[in-house]
Design a protein around this ligand. Structure first.
Ligand code: ATP
Ligand code: XMP
Ligand code: GLN
Ligand code: MG
Length: 519
């Protein structure tokens, strides 16, 4: 299989680079920028991409690549630097990088100067996505300019003979209209990689790896009934049969009817013999009592989950000794936003995903077979493994669940109110036939009271926000421009049917700069 390596300098979009490449049918892996050269060379990549990152190349201690790396790559393996990676190339090859007084952020018009090589088949003007403060001010010798923007004359440069290119913009982000085509020019034309990667081939290898690692041992699996952990359940069943024990925990912050539905899928439809349902609502809500800080909530939930898993494992060991592993449905984007991506310490932390804030003294070993995959790849796997369509199409639901959608401190009463409102949102979105087109749709409980009038009475009750977004990978998202009539129907049903809410607002923020969840 041909491979393109992405070296990560901590950019928020690094994983999208690998994702786009895999969408083109070429395998791609992300390595930390300081991966040993020997490791890189042994993987025999067809090309290497240097990601963006929050640092500035002229700062002391900014991450950089050693001379031996450039010597290995130069003339041998094509290189493409994106944003920070572009600055690195600019600096190493004796150009100059400076902080510019005009920063560029968002969609930007880019004038293509050369319509061949990496910009083959592009238009004279392209819309690209920018996110930078620094820029290459002086072109390195032997490089030429491939494109510019109004405030950034060297927005793309290249040394055609050496096959080294740099872009100030981010082709990996969907907002760069022809980003994928430009990446294709690099990977297929310049690196000459073959399109020989398919997710289908992945299953066989994954099953062998699991069998090799786990052998005859028993595994417990944190199962949420979401797509990711459900796919892990089927994969493990294929690999080790009934030695997998999926544990579905009611953490008190699940949605309406979720317990019944997940139990039905796994017990009755998919027939997991060792499926376990654990009701831990009381413990979770007790541990969350009075907690307002989102990060604290996330940590508490993560630790509470592990407690439940360890306790259940102990109980199960009476009948099935040898429980050594806890499997989870962690996927690649979970790790990025939790700062656990391979860029590790150098990227900026946004929120801690509960499944990645594990206690230090954990006894079980973690098994995360999907940790390098993206949501759409996981959905494809689900299809190939025979997961019910209804489950494959489920909107993502965070493990900290309604706890991060019930702003501020949490009570059972507020959660019940939120559950009722949320069920109406989903019901109406489904009724309108929009569920499958939308990435996520849900209600948020805001602990703010406002005055209303109902049946001639004054009301003074809580606020409900609707969060309905379109997205392809959750890294960027736009609020859905729904028909007013659908929003009106949702709003009037919530206000009429849900006790405790007298006002509904629609969240019209995109990500970035907002995030999808409120906490
Ligand atoms: N209620 C739960 N009971 C047991 N394990 C859970 C529960 N909620 C989350 N987990 C564990 O945490 C992991 C991460 O949750 P996450 O919501 O990202 O994934 P998912 O639920 O499998 O899929 P999706 O993102 O589609 O909701 C899950 O894969 C699962 O291992
Ligand atoms: O398993 C999860 N555990 C978490 O702690 C978590 N926090 C957010 N999410 C989901 O991730 C995507 C991006 O969310 P944000 O824009 O809010 O960061 C969205 O799809 C969110 O629903 C989580 N999933
Ligand atoms: N997105 C990036 O890679 C940014 C690079 C650098 N930190 C800048 O601001 O220009
Ligand atoms: Mg989930």
């Amino acid at each position: 299989m041909d491979l393109i390596i992405v070296l990560d300098f901590g950019g928020q979009y690094t994983h999208l680079i690998a994702r786009r490449i895999r969408e083109l049918g070429i395998y791609s892996e992300i390595l930390p920028y300081n991966a040993p050269l020997e490791k890189i060379a042994n993987l025999n990549p067809k090309g290497i991409i240097l990601s963006g990152g929050p640092s500035s190349v002229y700062e002391k201690d900014a991450p950089y690549l050693k001379q031996e790396f450039y010597e290995y790559a130069k003339g041998n393996i094509p290189l493409l630097g994106l944003c920070y990676g572009h600055h690195l190339i600019g600096q190493y090859f004796k150009g100059k990088v400076v902080a510019h007084k005009e920063k560029e952020f968002g969609k930007t018009e880019f004038i293509v100067k050369r319509h061949d090589y990496i910009f083959k088949n592009t238009n004279p003007k392209e819309i690209v996505w920018m996110s930078h403060g620094d820029q290459v001010e002086r072109l390195p010798p032997d490089f030429e300019i491939f494109g510019s923007t109004a405030t950034c004359p060297i927005a793309a440069m290249g040394n055609i003979n050496q096959k080294i290119y740099g872009f100030q913009f981010h082709p990996e982000v969907y907002h760069t209209i022809h980003g994928k085509e430009i990446l294709r020019n690099f990977i297929i034309d310049i690196c000459q990689a073959q399109q020989n990667w398919k997710i289908d081939d992945w299953i066989e290898g994954a099953i062998k790896d699991i069998q090799k690692e786990v052998g005859e041992k028993q595994i417990i699996l944190g199962l949420s009934g979401g797509v990711d952990s459900s796919v892990v359940a089927l994969l493990l069943k294929k690999a080790i049969g009934n030695n997998v024990h999926p544990i579905f925990v009611n953490n008190g912050v699940l949605r309406k009817n979720e317990v019944e539905q997940v139990c039905d899928w796994f017990q009755n439809q998919l027939k997991f013999e060792n499926f376990h349902y654990v009701d831990a609502e009381t413990e979770f809500l007790e541990a969350l009592k009075g907690i307002e800080d989102p990060e604290e909530k996330r940590k508490i939930i993560g630790h509470q989950f592990i407690k439940v898993f360890e306790k259940t494992a102990l109980k199960l060991e009476e009948i099935h000794p040898n429980i050594e592993y806890l499997a989870q449905g962690t996927i690649y984007p979970d790790r990025v936003e939790s700062q656990a991506g391979q860029g590790g310490k150098i990227s900026s932390k946004i929120k801690s995903h509960h499944n990645l804030t594990l206690p230090d003294d954990m006894k079980l070993k973690i098994l995360e077979p999907l940790k390098d995959l993206y949501k759409d790849e996981v959905r494809k796997l689900g299809f190939l493994l025979g997961l019910p369509q209804e489950l494959i199409g489920r909107h993502p639901f965070p493990g900290p669940g309604l706890a991060v959608r019930c702003i501020g401190d949490i009570t059972k009463e507020k959660l019940d109110t939120l559950r009722d409102a949320d069920a109406i949102v989903i019901e109406e979105i489904k009724k309108a036939g929009l569920y499958d087109q939308i990435w996520q749709a849900f209600a948020v409980f805001l602990p703010v009271k406002s005055v209303g009038v109902m049946g001639d009475y004054r009301t003074y009750e809580y606020l409900c926000a609707l969060r309905i977004v379109e997205s392809i990978d959750a890294m960027t998202a736009n609020f859905a421009k729904l028909d007013w009539s659908i929003l009106e129907q949702i709003s009037s049903r919530i206000i009429n049917e849900v006790i405790g809410i007298n006002r509904v607002v629609y969240d019209i923020s995109n990500k970035p700069p907002a995030t999808i969840e409120f906490e």
